[in-house]
Design a protein around this ligand. Structure first.
Ligand code: ADP
Length: 179
């Protein structure tokens, strides 16, 4: 599914984020930037050990929740990895929505700073961090739409969803955003 917002596109794809050929992919990182399972494990495994070496060297203090930091991409077929730290879901009243929005916006700002034409996101926070997929879809897609309308970049934002359920939740929300 692909939707146009102004001069930019938001696209949904079912698949593996490590297999994307785009300028940048976003990692769903933890605040220690210590690696882990899920997307994080898959990205580090595909990129090779230089990704972790660079991350530790450049960001020894990690990255606060709601922010993102940039590294190169090791063996991945992309120029940059943006490590975004989404919130752990704690029931919805602990600022989770603002923190998820902020992590997405920070990643898009890095894309702008690094002159990326296209970027791929996973469904940040919806795995181990437990964020309900429909709420995450809502917040994530709104953040992207708002950024695109304000900055007119990047040309393409792709959400790479790892299950039919996640794809369904994102496509339902994206349809609602078409005006
Ligand atoms: P978080 O800790 O932010 O919840 P996870 O990595 O546990 O991050 O999961 C985030 C989302 O990414 C989940 O919906 C999960 O199914 C999905 N996911 C896991 N592996 C991949 C992958 N290789 N490509 C794309 N999405 C993935």
């Amino acid at each position: 599914m692909r939707v146009q917002f102004g001069s930019c596109y938001v696209e949904l794809a079912l698949g593996d984020i490590t297999r994307q050929s785009v300028d940048a992919i976003v990692n769903a990182a933890n605040s220690q930037l210590a690696g882990g399972g899920g997307v994080d494990g898959a990205i580090h495994a595909a990129a090779g050990p230089t990704l972790m070496q660079e991350t530790i060297e450049r960001y020894p203090d990690g990255c606060p929740t709601g922010q993102a930091v940039a590294t190169s991409a090791g063996r991945l077929n992309v120029k940059h990895v943006f490590h975004a730290v989404g919130p752990v879901w704690k029931g919805g009243l602990k600022g989770e929505s603002e923190l998820l929005r902020s992590a997405i916006l920070a990643s898009l700002q890095l894309a702008k700073d690094h002159h990326c034409k296209n970027i791929a996101f996973p469904a940040i926070s919806t795995g181990v961090y437990g964020y309900p997929i429909d709420l995450a879809a809502d917040t994530s897609l709104l953040a992207v739409r708002d950024f695109i309308f304000e900055h007119h970049t990047p040309e393409l934002v792709r959400f790479v969803l790892f299950s039919e359920g996640a794809y369904g939740a994102f496509s339902q929300r994206l349809e609602q955003l078409i005006v």
